[in-house]
Design a protein around this ligand. Sequence first.
Ligand SMILES: C[S@@+](CC[C@H](N)C(=O)[O-])C[C@H]1O[C@@H](n2cnc3c(N)ncnc32)[C@H](O)[C@@H]1O
Length: 301
Amino acid sequence: MTGERHVPVLFKEVMDFLRVSPGGTYVDCTVGLGGHAEGILRRLGPGGRLIGFDRDSDALALAKARLDRVVAERGNEAPGVTLIGEAFSSIRHYVQPASVDGLMADLGVSSLQLDEARRGFSFQAEGPLDMRMDTRSGPTAEQVVNEVSERELADLIYEFGEERRSRTVARAIVRGRPITTTEQLARIVVSVVPPMKGHRIHPATRTFQALRIYVNRELDEIRALFEAAPQLLKPSARLAVISFHSLEDRIAKDSLREGAARGVWKILTKKPVSAGEEELGENPRSRSAKLRAAEKTGAGN
Ligand SMILES: C[S@@+](CC[C@H](N)C(=O)[O-])C[C@H]1O[C@@H](n2cnc3c(N)ncnc32)[C@H](O)[C@@H]1O
């Protein structure tokens, strides 16, 4: 694991948009390793509360240790912390309507998930084809590549990976069954998708992205979050969402625009904010990050 990949992306920008007030209630929907969550916690006072979600129990355990240290340092002055090991689409079950002063999400996978070969997210490390963020349930990527029909595979690789050669990839996958490891799948994809001239991205990137999004129902999760957020936020409360690929960003952009048209949101980022030169130099993961922020208006939902 490389240290710099654990630096939270667009940290200062997210904190600036959230404008944490010491006594407020803030939700981090994707606690991960706790970088942004710690930033929020350190800005809160004794009356404040941080609520954090992550459906990856390994990440949440590490984040808990990190946040517990901050709470211990603060003694009697510590804000409250509640961590919830569930998908953020279930937020309505845990968070009261009109109770939140700021909400953030830093979407996608964490460096912990990418770096741990056994989680099966990366084609750069030999591991089982798993890719589940929540390992308690749901099909693994292995089940998907081995059990889904060729047609369905092609569709999902096209829709969630934006892979133009999705039919060719799906055919190669079906021919290559049974497929059990990340390397085996990467090899199959590379055998039919040549590297694009002048592009640095690995030919298997889009297929892996598609499987990950499908396995974790990532786009449905984001839609559910944007649907729930207006009811949970107080008037003038803020929302900050970081996305890492165009499918996520499109949902964020469209949801905020639709909400703004209905008078629910005031959009604070006409264009998404991306990482500056310095951050790009220090943290390669920030390269594709896009931050959108909005403020809840006083109007209804
Ligand atoms: C990019 S990381 C967050 C990193 C974090 N901001 C930090 O500073 O360390 C994304 C995290 O969100 C979690 N996650 C992604 N989608 C989720 C969902 N729908 N519900 C709950 N957690 C989710 C992943 O398990 C992962 O740990």
